[in-house]
Design a binder for this molecule. Structure first.
Ligand SMILES: [Zn+2]
Length: 493
């Protein structure tokens, strides 16, 4: 999720690596017949390694009404159909899951606008009810057994309430535009507005998503685009995500998208999905590869197999895994904000919070990186870029409480950004650049693909540095007032 500090003016402008547009013409067929963008035609989805998606689900301490710790979803296969003129989404969700305990029924989250019509468990019809946002599947399950749950559902989708007072998002989940486009952005929850899901970040899963819609619209989702085909005026795109993701990091967008791409210094392709007729936006996205280069110098190689940016009608930005969702306003499309969302691929997506009390694990480090990046762009010392964070931290502590114990109705306030960003800079001053970034990297390496809590982070930094840091962390994360910011000189160990 994006930071809210007034960005310093980005002054340095370097040409990012880029390539020309794709073969759009070959994919624009809207009459009878089929065209495929994949030279070999549609390919089978690679078989997912389900063990890679084993999680330890928890009941969220801040938002316990969403998610069910009895379910460990391993893989979601979502076959979605979007009818833009009727504003109707229909889907078949095939969910492979592990029951974590013996239970008489399973519970998933599914928004009230989406109506389930049939549910099977391991091939057999099972009874279900759908009170409010809960999909209750009345079938007994045994701890550690794996099951295949299939849910047929449809409805006219819309967003669900968000526990926030932020001006740039008051609702969460799926949004449909007047033109019949759709996009999703859902933190801390809201994936349940468009598919049945265990919507809590401790439960990571793998995804295959296919989206069929009216051409020239086409669907974008997380991961790799396996193929695109158009039959009788309807286009289907199939996407495969090979890294386990928390549900708040999944995304779909449907619109008249044009594809382009760039390349990072280390050879990673960055895909751009831009609504047709917005070439100026594309020039903003072309800054993305060099931000990846800058982050890699500090956090190590980009952690996933694909990276894309999709532009939507949102006013915000979201670090959706491997396919970042961006709005169109100038701040959201600024280079530091694009860098911020890309940095979340390491801090937030590769390693995610297991409980929303620890969302600061995501935002502290990315906001710190954003401040450092803005300083580099402006040719300023880091301390100047971060000076504005001190006032922002103090104000947000007074408004929304400590970053690790915030007001539940003020999700995403400045407290989870600026205060832990300053905390990381304090630690960097104490350890020096080399040791600081080495420990920040080893944390990612040791916890890749998982969801974690603050205690694990504190232990990691203490073990790696040999320093007693818990009182330091506590003062920044649960303290009511901002700790002192120290001068720039490294302190004696
Ligand atoms: Zn963020």
């Amino acid at each position: 999720m994006r930071g809210r500090v007034a960005a310093l003016v980005a002054v340095a402008v370097l040409a990012a690596g880029c390539s020309g547009g794709d073969d759009d013409a070959s994919e624009r067929t809207t009459g009878a017949g089929t065209t495929g963008s994949s030279p070999a035609g549609p390919s089978a989805s690679p078989a997912p390694d389900l063990d890679a998606a084993l999680s330890t689900p928890v009941e969220d301490s801040f938002y316990p009404d969403v998610g069910d710790p009895g379910v460990d979803a391993l893989h979601y296969d979502l076959k979605l159909d979007w009818a833009p003129t009727r504003r109707r989404l229909s889907g078949t969700a095939t969910i492979t899951l592990r029951a974590t305990a013996d239970a008489d029924r399973l519970r998933l989250d599914l928004g009230p606008r989406m109506r389930p019509s049939a549910v099977t468990l391991d091939g057999r019809d099972v009874p279900f009810t759908h009170p409010g946002k809960d999909l209750l599947v009345e079938a007994a399950v045994t701890a550690e057994e794996r099951h295949e749950l299939v849910v047929e559902y449809a409805g006219r989708p819309g967003p669900v309430p968000a526990p926030t007072r932020r001006s740039d998002f008051s609702v969460t989940g799926i949004t449909v535009t007047d033109a019949g486009e759709l996009w999703t952005m859902q933190e801390p929850f809201g994936a349940y507005s468009w598919y049945p899901v265990n919507d809590q970040p401790a439960d990571k899963a793998l995804y295959d998503v296919s989206i069929t819609t009216d051409a020239p619209f086409r669907g974008v989702a997380n991961g790799e685009l396996l193929d695109t085909s158009t039959t009788d005026g309807r286009t289907t795109t199939r996407w495969h995500l090979d890294s386990p993701a928390s549900s708040y990091l999944t995304t779909i967008a449907v619109g008249d998208y044009r594809h382009d791409s760039g390349t990072t210094g280390s050879g990673l392709t960055v895909d751009y999905w831009v609504p047709r007729g917005m070439p100026r936006v594309l020039s903003r996205l072309r800054k993305a590869p060099r931000t990846v280069d800058w982050i890699e110098e500090r956090l190590g190689p980009y952690p996933f197999s694909t990276l894309g940016l999709v532009v939507t009608d949102s006013e915000s930005a979201m670090e959706t895994q491997t396919m970042i969702t961006l709005g169109t306003n100038a701040y959201v499309l600024s280079e530091p904000v694009i860098m911020h969302e890309i940095a979340h691929q390491w801090y937030g997506d590769l390693v995610s919070p297991s409980d929303w009390r620890d969302v600061w694990l995501n935002e502290g480090m990315t906001m710190y990186l954003q401040g450092r990046y803005e300083a580099d762009l402006a040719g300023l010392p880091a301390s100047e870029a971060l000076a504005s964070y001190e006032q922002a931290c103090r104000a947000s502590l007074a408004e929304a409480g400590p970053p690790g114990d915030y007001d539940r109705g003020s999700f995403g306030a400045g407290n989870i950004y600026y205060c832990p960003a300053l905390m990381w800079d304090e630690l960097r001053k104490r350890l020096g650049e080399d040791e600081f970034w080495a420990v920040a990297r080893s944390w990612l390496e040791e916890n890749a693909g998982t969801s974690v809590g603050r205690e694990q982070l504190y232990d990691h930094w203490e073990d790696a540095t040999g320093l007693e840091l818990s009182s330091f962390f506590d003062s920044w994360i649960t303290g009511e007032t901002m700790p002192e910011v120290t001068p720039e000189q490294p302190l004696a160990p």
